[in-house]
Write a protein that binds this ligand. Structure first.
Ligand SMILES: Cc1cc2nc3c(=O)[nH]c(=O)nc-3n(C[C@H](O)[C@H](O)[C@H](O)COP(=O)(O)O)c2cc1C
Length: 402
């Protein structure tokens, strides 16, 4: 699977006896989040519907356990109400450490309750708060990435979260702001420092940009200068291990958060670790190796859900990402994307020309890439950056994302 030879899945860390001599490592950037050292400083971005326990397991296996892997987002209200689906999402594999959970909430009291519940019931070791959702249904109510515009509300949420978290580190993940005329990230970073947040992650886009255009890495550099007291994690448009190193070099950020680059590419984590450790023996799987990872992913999903068919159905959304760049006809792609058993998935994959090597040019954008210029906000939202009567709890949607 590596450039310099084959490798079967499930993956393992390279054999030190055969690994090439390490090149000089890039500038060390030690990342600590509360008591946790994250080495190398690579973080799997929370992605709703994607970064569940099975996907985190795959990425972790490829990284040799290195890095930090954040859960799917969970809304604070659903958590305190012990919503059944939400309780299933807070599932960590026994080997996951630290257990990293992302929460999204708009009400300081509910956020505080949710955080205390996590501590009292020992549900996680690290709490990340999501302030990046650009979905109009959410921002229209003042939630998601619209929320940091209201500095006092943001401060209250962070204060409650940090107070409730006790020894658990609290981090935040945000966008640059609502649009270029209403940037919030520097103020939000400062508020985070003042309220005792352990690290901030910045997705270098505004709400208005959604996932379109390119992420503004200069903003990450500016945030790093603005809040030297805490680690700054850069996020946006890391599609390869080289991109990750480049982001660290160009912005001075303390670590990277990688989202869409891992869709259909959980082995990117092996490359990320390699590059931060000064190696360039990147994985270039053949279609046969990709097919094995696909079946394993679908199997893990079935085991996690407790139902093979539902696992394979949940896996359908990943099929096109895994096959991107390989010569697979559209009929077969469609067939693979409607399978509902491991047997038919495997049988379909076995019909492919599995000896195909890794296709050149298969890296690059996957998943959401569209832009959006209109931001839906509550009436009068932009009039006062401080005062806010509160945000309706209906701004908490469990599908909101970031
Ligand atoms: C399918 C999908 C779901 C997402 N869900 C979340 C989420 O639940 N919480 C969050 O903070 N960001 C979420 N995001 C945003 C990513 O974490 C990340 O900030 C964004 O994709 C930009 O990084 P990238 O260019 O590495 O993908 C989501 C993104 C995608 C594509």
């Amino acid at each position: 699977m590596r450039d310099n030879g084959g490798m079967s899945t499930p993956p393992s860390t390279p054999n030190p006896a055969t690994a090439p001599d390490p090149a000089p490592a890039p500038a060390p950037s030690d990342l600590t989040i509360g008591p946790y050292a994250v080495r190398p400083p690579v973080v799997l971005a929370p992605m709703a519907g994607i970064t569940n326990a099975p996907f985190r397991t795959l990425c972790r296996e490829f990284s040799g356990g290195k890095g930090l892997f954040v859960s799917e987002m969970i809304t604070t209200r659903a958590l305190v109400e012990r919503n059944e689906k939400t309780m299933q999402l807070i599932h960590f594999d026994a080997s996951e450490t630290p257990r990293s959970i992302q929460l999204y909430g708009v009400d300081p009291v509910t956020v505080g309750k949710a955080v205390r519940m996590i501590v009292e019931e020992d549900l996680a070791d690290h709490i990340d708060l999501n302030f990046g959702c650009p979905v109009p249904k959410v921002t229209r109510k003042g939630g998601g990435s619209a929320l940091p515009y209201k500095r006092n509300l943001l401060r209250s949420i962070l204060r409650e979260a940090v107070a409730g978290a006790g020894d658990l580190p609290v981090t935040i993940k945000m966008r640059k702001g609502i649009d270029d005329d209403h940037l919030t990230y520097l103020d939000a970073g400062r508020i985070a420092v003042e309220e005792g947040v352990s690290a901030v992650a910045l997705h270098g886009r505004t709400t208005a940009q959604h996932y379109g255009g390119t992420a503004d890495w200069d903003a990450i550099a500016r945030l790093k200068e603005h809040v030297p007291e805490i680690p700054v994690l850069g996020n946006g448009d890391i599609w390869s291990a080289d991109d990750a190193l480049r982001m660290v070099r160009e912005t001075g950020c303390d670590g990277v958060v990688v989202g869409r680059g891992c869709l259909g590419r959980p082995w990117l984590f092996a490359d990320l670790v390699a590059s931060f450790e000064g190696r360039d023996d990147f994985l270039r799987p053949t279609l046969r190796e990709v097919a094995d990872v696909m079946v394993r992913h679908a199997t893990l999903l079935g085991e996690w859900i407790g139902d093979e068919a539902r696992g394979v159905i949940d896996f359908r959304k990943h099929v096109a990402w895994y096959l991107k760049g390989f010569a697979v006809g559209s009929e077969m792609r469609k067939r693979l994307a409607i399978t509902s058993s491991l047997e038919t998935l495997r049988a379909g994959l076995d019909e492919l020309d599995l000896d195909q090597p890794w296709p050149t040019g298969a890296d690059g954008p996957r998943g959401r890439t569209s832009g959006n210029n209109r931001v839906a906000l509550p009436d009068g939202w932009l009039k006062d950056p401080y005062e806010c009567a509160g945000v309706g709890e209906d701004a908490e949607l469990d599908t909101s994302g970031g």
